[in-house]
Design a protein around this ligand. Structure first.
Ligand SMILES: *[C@@H]1O[C@H](CO)[C@@H](O)[C@H](O)[C@H]1NC(C)=O
Ligand SMILES: *[C@@H]1O[C@H](CO)[C@@H](O)[C@H](O)[C@H]1NC(C)=O
Length: 418
């Protein structure tokens, strides 16, 4: 702690913004004590910072997210948050996860993008993962749709973000939200975003990556391996799994949900999980399996989560997935679904990183107090993203909220070598 007096000072400067203590503070302290699998990292200074951040997040449930703090930091370099995570151990691999972001550089998207750019100078992410809803409201309309630049290239222009971006499609990228979607040839279609594999326009000599080579997206299930067997990421396409997306005009767009073979995709996903020999296995999709956000009726297993959790959680447990990252609900969350009392059971952790632009508030207080208190569930409702660091047997997720100058919520998972 002695090595970072300025960070401590910055955290305490924020006290002026804060609400009186809330139950969240207590639950955070409990999490420190009870950490079963999830371990808060850092010391007293980090704890203070975290409490300030959580209290500020509680504040934001009543108000629109504060953005003035990050604007003020624009000209000042942000101190690197080394004491907050495995960063101090020089991680073997780091990457960012952002979701539900593509809103033409609106204020919240811009704030998150700037914060990602600043923190990229600290974390040096090898790549960025998106959890979908890349281009609001309906995806792209052509290969030269200006939205691609307005939502992506022009926003994430910081030097440290000039790394590969691996994306999945969200329901909005499939044209959900448009009345008709496909009215004539050349309108909304997920295929404009696809750079590789089935549905890619590469065979026709071009695809969207010719506009920005960072962009990588495949439909269906696919896998990327990183750092010589340290991490496999399996990307899945979750929109076709939901009945409600069928029967619209856009369902039958080229590459639309109507043209997907869900059985085949589920089989491919399972084969990719089964044959993965990586130390950590992460799955990325758009729809969460468990969430307290509005899409799941503020209830872990209801709404869109009912479909997702019943289809996917048994598979994630069978193949010992470490973390499933999703978006769709516009907040930052983690939910610990590890099976207590059974050391051999799968311990799947669920993270929602869907706060890349607009945030929906009013869900945080729906999390049952006992889950908050035990550290089994947690939420922030302000624009932000997640930074993942992996070192040996340890995977840390640092949640960054743009309203915070130097505070971060970290969770840590230890996985024995397989
Ligand atoms: C979908 O994939 C399954 C499994 O690969 C296959 O048996 C089935 O024939 C496919 N369905 C269609 C309509 O192509
Ligand atoms: C949560 O959703 C489940 C599944 O739909 C339902 O059985 C349960 O009653 C709901 N709980 C609450 C508190 O609404």
């Amino acid at each position: 702690m002695a090595s970072s007096p300025s960070l401590c000072a910055q955290s305490s400067e924020q006290q002026g913004l804060l609400q009186p203590p809330t139950h969240n503070q207590q639950s955070n302290a409990s999490r420190l004590r009870t950490a079963a699998g999830w371990i808060m990292v850092g010391g007293v200074c980090t704890l203070l910072g975290t409490l300030a951040a959580v209290a500020a997040a509680a504040h934001s449930t009543q108000n629109t997210p504060k953005t003035s703090t990050i604007k003020n930091t624009k000209s000042e370099p942000l101190a690197c948050p080394f004491q907050h995570s495995t960063m101090e151990q020089h991680p073997d691999l780091t990457f960012f996860v952002v979701g539900d972001w593509g809103r033409e550089d609106n204020e919240y998207q811009r704030n998150v993008g700037e914060r990602m750019g600043m923190l990229a100078d600290c974390y040096h992410p090898s790549f960025v993962v998106t959890t979908g809803d890349n281009f609001y409201e309906h995806g792209l309309r052509s290969l030269d749709d200006p939205l691609f630049s307005k939502c992506f290239t022009d926003v994430y222009s910081a030097e440290g973000l000039q790394v590969p971006w691996y994306a999945v499609l969200g329901n909005h990228d499939y044209a959900d939200g448009s009345k008709n979607g496909i009215l004539e040839e050349g309108e909304y279609s997920p295929r404009w975003q696809v750079t590789n594999g089935p549905g890619s326009l590469a065979a026709e000599g071009t695809n969207i990556a010719s506009r920005d080579p960072r962009w990588n997206l495949r439909q269906g299930a696919w896998r990327m391996s990183f750092a010589s067997g340290l991490l496999d990421i399996i990307f899945i396409d979750t929109t076709p799994l939901h009945d409600k997306y069928y029967g619209h005009e856009w369902t039958n767009a080229p590459g639309g949900v109507g043209s997907q073979n869900v059985t085949e995709q589920m089989e491919t996903m399972q084969a990719l999980l089964k044959t993965s020999t990586a130390h950590f296995k992460i799955v990325i999709g758009h729809h969460p399996c468990f969430s307290y956000g509005s899409h799941c009726n503020f209830n872990q297993t209801d709404g869109d989560c009912a479909t997702m959790s019943s289809l996917l959680q048994p598979i994630f447990e069978q193949y010992q997935v470490d973390v499933y990252f999703a978006g769709h609900d516009h907040n930052l969350q983690f939910i610990d679904k590890s099976q207590e009392g059974n050391p051999d059971a799968a311990n799947v952790y669920h993270v929602v990183s869907g706060a890349g632009s607009n945030v929906r508030t009013g869900a945080q207080d729906k999390i049952p107090a006992e889950l908050l208190a035990s550290g089994k569930a947690w939420m922030w409702e302000s624009p932000g993203f997640a930074a993942v660091s992996i070192k040996d047997n340890s995977l840390s997720v640092d949640f960054w909220d743009v309203t915070q100058r130097s505070s971060v919520q970290s969770v840590n998972k230890q996985t024995a070598r397989r």
